[in-house]
Design a protein around this ligand. Structure first.
Ligand code: UDP
Length: 320
């Protein structure tokens, strides 16, 4: 199989590239390095079956050519990270909507299988946990920029499902739940790498809000397992799947566990949301995936638990 990974120099994309190559597949990467890093793929450059182009998915001629050379497209290129979204909403909306639009348009010419990376953020403020794929999605007002991200990904989902329904383009939508692991930077607001960096530097660990909000963190290797299995499963086509680990932890407890794992004596500092992000910022209190649909189709079960994830992330930062 020949796979095109848009955003292949990013955190998740580069782990997917590693795995596909190790399974003997060919990998093409298209990445503009806006949030990804060339360091994530440097070790792959000499590997047979690997090639990459540094450019944007909106270079349509190039994109069309690369899709033409592939059997499957993993469209991971996107504006991600709550901090980035709040600070650059125009960039977020344009990148996420237009990028997916052109990927689907060109994939449709020869009906190439497309994976659309969506997000658990689409469940928004819903409190109906665990979240099932067919549940209602509950977003806040348009004046609150955070929701632009969920909304842009919802448009991506609608468009992909429309291509499937109306034009028989094979698509699979995956909603990723707080994916974490080595190579993720805390630059765009992701909590785990931020806490680990702070703890290792002896700086205050910044918990936003009162820290009772929870998340379910998924190891990047578990996400990659699910993507690879779904790509080999024809029954996945036209479906929407949560990919996550239902093990839930509060952000306050996460801070404690990072502190313990690093042996750090950092203080835990509580910062109001208004200061951390913007006036009137809304967070979701809980976010837990229902992974029954994925388990039923591909026998999916997350393998790496939170303590092991923290260890691996700590190790990664220590090695840097
Ligand atoms: N968070 C935090 N301190 C940080 C960064 C994030 O307390 O330095 C909180 C954030 O407010 C949210 C949770 O950690 O409640 C997860 O944030 P992240 O940006 O990783 O992902 P999200 O789930 O919000 O998309």
């Amino acid at each position: 199989m020949k796979a095109l990974i848009t955003g292949g120099s990013g955190f998740i994309g580069s782990h997917l590239a590693d795995r596909l190559l190790s399974l003997g597949h060919e990998v093409l990467v298209l990445d503009d390095l806006s949030t990804g890093s060339i360091d994530n793929i440097t070790h792959l450059k000499s590997q047979p079956g690997f090639s990459y182009v540094i450019d944007t998915v909106t270079n349509e001629q190039l994109l069309a050519e690369m899709i033409d050379r592939s059997d499957v497209v993993f469209h991971l290129a996107a504006a991600v990270g709550v901090k980035l979204i709040v600070e650059q909403p125009v960039h977020t909306i344009e990148t996420n909507v237009h990028g997916t639009e052109v990927v689907l348009k060109h994939a449709n010419k020869k009906k190439k299988l497309v994976f659309i990376a969506s997000t658990s953020e689409v469940y928004g403020k819903s409190t109906d946990v665990p979240f099932r794929e067919d549940a209602d999605l509950v977003l806040g007002a348009t004046a609150k920029h955070r929701w632009a991200y969920a909304c842009s990904k919802m448009i991506d989902e609608f468009l992909a499902l429309a291509y499937w329904k109306e034009r028989k383009l094979p698509v699979v939508i995956v909603r990723l739940f707080n994916t974490v692991g080595p190579r993720q930077t805390g630059q765009y607001g992701m909590v785990l790498p931020t806490f680990v960096r702070q703890a290792l530097a002896g700086h205050p660990i910044t918990v936003f809000g009162d820290g009772t909000q929870s998340r379910s963190f998924t190891y990047v290797g578990d996400v990659v397992d699910a993507l690879v299995a779904l790509a080999a499963e024809p029954k996945a086509i036209g479906g929407v799947f949560n990919i996550g680990n239902p093990d839930e932890v509060s952000i306050r407890e996460l801070a404690d566990r990072v502190k313990a794992a690093t042996g750090s004596d950092s203080q835990i500092q509580y910062i109001p949301y208004d200061q951390a992000y913007e006036e009137g910022f809304e967070d979701m209190p809980r976010r837990v995936p229902d992974i029954g649909k994925l388990a039923k189709l591909i026998g999916y079960e997350p393998k790496v638990g939170l303590d092991e994830i923290i260890q691996r992330v700590v190790q990664h930062f220590r090695e840097q």
